[in-house]
Design a protein around this ligand. Sequence first.
Ligand SMILES: Cc1ncc(C[n+]2csc(CCOP(=O)(O)OP(=O)(O)O)c2C)c(N)n1
Ligand SMILES: [Mg+2]
Length: 330
Amino acid sequence: MGKNEVVSTIPHLSIKIPRIPGSIYRKTVAQSKFYYQMYLIRYVERRLFDLYSQGLFSGTIHVCLGQEACAVGVINALDIKKDIIFSNHRAHGHFLAYSDDVYGIVAEILGQETGVCGGIGGSQHLHTKNMYTNDVQGGIVPNAVGAALAEKICGSGAISVVFFGDGTMGQGIVYESFNLASLWRLPVLFVLEDNQYAQSTPKEKAHAGSLKTRADTFGIKSTAVDGNDVIKVYQTTLDAVQFVRNHSKPYFLVLNTYRLGPHSIGDDDRSSEELELHWKGDPIKRLSKKLPVAKKNNIEREIEDKVEAIIKQAIEDSPMVSLDFIQRDS
Ligand SMILES: Cc1ncc(C[n+]2csc(CCOP(=O)(O)OP(=O)(O)O)c2C)c(N)n1
Ligand SMILES: [Mg+2]
């Protein structure tokens, strides 16, 4: 075993959550695994802010601070061996919950050739296995519908899942996607992470009426859930996924959450009173209260050691992506 390898004493990605409803063991495994993943996302993103401040990468990042329960709850309810996941500009949480590839994403954002996309995609254009992200608001939604059509034609049993934000509900392509998905009975799960803001625009100033009921008119079933309660998100997504897979029909899942961090880097004009209020509902703090203190501390220490070793390695390891490399790749 290498010097920097960490021996895990707690359940995380390799552990499958037993599908026995109501089992106490199942609940304990789920809570530890979810805490591991949510804390990992939080810690990696906080460190990315530091790396940016140190001038170690240019461009920007959009962190999902406060929305970790959405990524973890949904992705754990999927069959990650075959389902196809599409995400947006705020994708780090989805990526880490899906892949656990800390090195791949850190090196990618640093613009290095060893990054998961060779340093060419950066924070907003990630791809690994069955996961794709793109920063064009709404642009990824019809891609998810197309993938669902392909999987249906192949009879693979896979579904496609697409994450988007409340601001993106202002894009017409979302409704064209709802229409075709319903008309052609496609196995696609639409996941709205309603964090109440699009950049600096509050939802109330951009959208009339309810976002959830917009799916009704296309005959698409929907559910809204507290997106900061990871267990609820997980259980609701399990039911939604079962519906999509068994009936080959779309489903609209609304996760009510809140963005605790800036939109990207340093751009936040919300009041400190508003932010303080929402920090009280921090999904990570909420879940931590359900774990024994020693277990929580072990998980945090393991992640911090692991991420620090990976960041050090990623910085030392590889050259910045070169023009030659980009030309060779295209
Ligand atoms: C087509 C398009 N228009 C504008 C932008 C710039 N932009 C990036 S994120 C964003 C707001 C997105 O809001 P929302 O969908 O609620 O997602 P959130 O940022 O809250 O996660 C905007 C306007 C973009 N990326 N793509
Ligand atoms: Mg939003």
